[in-house]
Design a protein around this ligand. Structure first.
Ligand SMILES: *Cc1c(COP(=O)(O)O)cnc(C)c1O
Length: 224
């Protein structure tokens, strides 16, 4: 299947889930996760109308950005953030979904160039407190929000979740529901983004209120 066709299939899945949730599909942004995939595949998606792309590895993203410098894309960063990479992340992306430490947030704010608008960020939350060490514990969210709102070059847009796959739709929805409840309990004027749902579970995420779904495999095929 061509990438244009895959993109249509994913858009139809989003439409159906939105309809089932009685939401407008315009309230859900599709982020194409292009990590490990070629610039050529990204261009195919772009020609088919895709505008938002996400990467997880800084080095790989910088190479692609150079190759795609002539193409107006919106770049999102969704990978783990090392402190020696924050300058590149702060200035080469419009969105960072994976902020999970105050130290990193401070560096991103200090390093974001004044020639750009404030960097849009989401806090990555570890909702099930499971294996991964990435993500803020739900208990620490209030103090993180308070401190991040002081940082002048960041704009706190919302929360990001990567829950573990359950292989069970009802259970998956339950976890997304917890995420959504948490998000709603903190919602402020600038927090308009609930980033959750991937190739295998985007419907469940949309039914529970996701406003951004991050989709890789369903658009570009399995990764090596
Ligand atoms: C790779 C990745 C995705 C995409 O996952 P798929 O299952 O391939 O759709 C989404 N979010 C993050 C943070 C990722 O690293």
């Amino acid at each position: 299947m061509t990438i244009a066709k895959r993109l249509n299939v994913v858009k139809q899945r989003i439409e159906c889930a939105a309809e089932q949730a009685q939401r407008s599909s315009e309230s859900i942004k599709l982020i194409a996760v292009s990590k490990t995939k070629s610039v050529d595949m990204m261009m195919q998606a772009w020609h088919a109308g895709q505008y938002h792309f996400a990467e997880s590895y800084v080095q790989e993203a910088l190479v692609k950005q150079k190759a795609l410098a002539h193409v107006p894309l919106c770049w999102h960063f969704v990978g783990p953030i090392q402190s020696n990479k924050t300058a590149a992340i702060a200035n080469r992306f419009s969105w960072v979904h994976s902020v999970d430490r105050l130290k990193i947030a401070r560096r991103l704010s200090e390093q974001r160039s004044l020639q750009f608008p404030p960097l849009n960020i989401c806090l990555q939350i570890n909702i099930s407190r499971e294996e991964t060490k990435h993500g803020i514990s739900p208990d620490d969210i209030p103090s993180m929000i308070e401190q991040i709102e002081q940082l002048p070059r960041l704009r706190l847009r919302g929360l990001m979740f990567i829950p573990k796959r359950t292989g069970n739709v009802a259970r998956q929805r339950e976890i997304f529901k917890q995420a959504s409840d948490l998000f709603n309990s903190y919602q402020s004027a600038s927090m308009d983004t609930l980033s959750m749902g991937m190739s295998s579970d985007l419907e469940a995420a949309i039914l529970e209120g996701a406003t951004m779904v991050r989709v890789g495999t369903a658009l570009f095929g399995p990764r090596e």
